[in-house]
Design a binder for this molecule. Structure first.
Ligand code: NAD
Ligand code: MG
Length: 329
C-alpha cells in the first residue's frame, strides 16, 4: 500500500482530529527558537514511573491504546538538518523506537516505514507527522517473515524515495514464556523469522542501493548481554543482532557503509504490553533501573539520528546502550 492509499483510508474513517493533532504536535516542537535556553530537567522525574496499571493487547499492539501513552518526541523533538536529503527505511516505524521516524523527518530525511497491516492506525500518525515536516512519508505495510516481502519492501522503498541511504532494521517479535517447554516450534520459528531472517533478507536486498556514506542501524537489546529466564528465544535473537552488527561492520567498513546497533533497556512500547512481558513485570516496568522508571522512545530518537548522521563517520561496529543506568553494553 502506498501513502496515498493509507491517507485516503484514514480520511474515510473520519479521523478529522488527527490532522489537528499533527499540526499541533509539529507546531509545538517548532515553537521555540533553536537557541532558546532549554530548562534543566531531572531525568528521574521526567516521565511516568511504576507502578503501571494492568493492561494487555493482542500482538503486536498499538501505542495509541497504551496507558500512559508513550512519548515518541511528537511535541518535543527539534531537528537541525542532520539528515537533510537522506532517504531512510525504518522497520517497525509505526511505534516504539521505530518512531525515530519523526526525528528523522525533522532532521530533513524522507522516510519509509514498514509495519504490520493491523498497525495502520499507529502508522497513520507517523506518516502524518513526517508529511507535516514537508518530507516524503511512505507507508509500506507487510509481514517481514517472508523473504519475498522483504525484497519487495526494499525495492518499493528505494523506488518511492528515489534511493536508499539509511536502513533501520528495528522490527522484532517478543513473547514472554515462563519455560522453554512453553515455546512451540511455531513460536520459535516466528521469532527467528522476524528477528534474524528478516534483517538478513533486508540487508542483502538493500546493499544494491547503499552507497559509501550509507548507514545500517539494528535494534538489539540489553537482553543480548544478560538474557532474562523468560525470554529464551527472543534474547538469543538479540545476541545474534549484536553479533551481526560487528561482523557486517568489518565486512562493509571498507565499502564505506557503517553498521551500528542500539541496545535499549526497558522502554515503554507496545511490544511489552502485547505479550512481551508478564503482567507482574509490566506493573513494575523499569523500576529497578537507576532512573527508577522505563525509558520512553523519545529518549532514544537522538541515538538513531546520531548513528545515521554523516558526522558520526568513524562510528561503526558499535552498540549504543540506552538502559537507564543498568544493563549492557
Ligand atoms: P514496538 O512494538 O513499538 O515495535 C516493534 C515493531 O515490530 C512493531 O511495531 C511491528 O511493526 C514490528 N513487527 C513485528 N513483527 C513484524 C513482522 N512480522 N512484520 C513486520 N513488522 C513486524 O516495540 P519496540 O519496543 O519499540 O521494539 C522495537 C525494537 O526495540 C525491537 O527490535 C525490540 O526487540 C527492541 N527492544 C525493545 C525493548 C523494550 O523494552 N521495549 C528493549 C530492548 C530492545
Ligand atoms: Mg507497532
Amino acid at each position: 500500500m502506498n501513502d496515498d492509499t493509507s491517507m485516503s483510508r484514514r480520511k474515510a474513517v473520519g479521523s478529522a482530529g488527527l490532522g489537528l493533532a499533527v499540526a499541533a504536535a509539529s507546531a509545538s516542537a517548532q515553537a521555540q527558537p533553536r537557541d532558546a535556553a532549554q530548562p534543566m530537567t531531572d531525568p528521574t522525574t521526567r516521565y511516568p514511573k511504576p507502578p503501571f496499571q494492568k493492561q494487555s493487547q493482542p500482538w503486536p499492539g498499538l501505542a495509541s491504546r497504551m496507558e500512559p501513552r508513550p512519548d515518541h518526541g511528537e511535541t518535543s523533538y527539534r531537528g537541525s538538518g542532520r539528515l537533510a536529503g537522506r532517504k531512510a527505511l525504518i522497520t517497525g516505524g509505526d511505534s516504539g523506537m521505530g518512531r525515530a521516524a519523526i526525528a528523522y523527518a525533522r532532521e530533513g530525511a524522507d522516510v519509509a516505514i514498514n509495519y504490520l497491516p493491523s498497525e495502520e492506525a499507529d502508522a497513520g500518525e507517523v506518516i502524518a507527522l513526517i508529511k507535516a515536516e514537508g518530507r516524503l512519508g511512505l507507508a509500506l505495510p507487510g509481514d517481514l517473515q517472508h523473504e519475498g516481502f522483504c525484497n519487495r519492501l526494499i525495492a518499493d522503498a528505494a523506488r518511492g524515495l528515489g534511493g536508499l541511504d539509511i536502513l533501520v532494521s528495528n522490527a522484532a517479535r517478543q513473547q514472554t514464556r515462563a519455560s522453554i517447554l512453553d515455546v512451540s516450534t511455531e513460536d520459535f520459528d516466528a521469532t527467528m523469522k522476524t528477528n534474524i531472517y528478516a534483517p538478513f533478507w533486508l540487508i542483502k536486498a538493500a546493499l544494491a542501493h547503499l552507497k559509501p556514506g550509507a548507514a545500517i542501524i539494528a535494534t538489539t537489546s540489553e537482553q543480548a548481554y544478560d538474557p532474562s529466564a523468560e525470554l529464551y528465544d527472543y534474547a538469543q535473537t538479540k545476541a545474534a543482532t549484536m553479533n551481526f552488527v560487528k561482523s557486517l561492520a568489518k565486512q562493509l567498513g571498507p565499502k564505506g557503509i557503517r553498521v551500528n546497533g542500539v541496545a535499549p533497556g526497558p522502554i515503554w512500547t507496545p511490544l511489552q504490553v502485547s505479550g512481551g512481558a508478564t503482567m507482574e513485570k509490566l506493573e513494575k516496568f523499569g523500576g529497578t533501573t537507576p532512573m527508577g522508571r522505563p525509558g520512553q522512545p523519545a529518549e532514544l530518537a537522538s541515538i538513531y539520528v546520531q548513528l545515521a548522521a554523516s558526522d558520526a563517520s568513524y562510528a561503526t561496529g558499535q552498540i549504543y546502550g540506552a538502559g537507564g543506568g543498568s544493563g549492557q553494553p
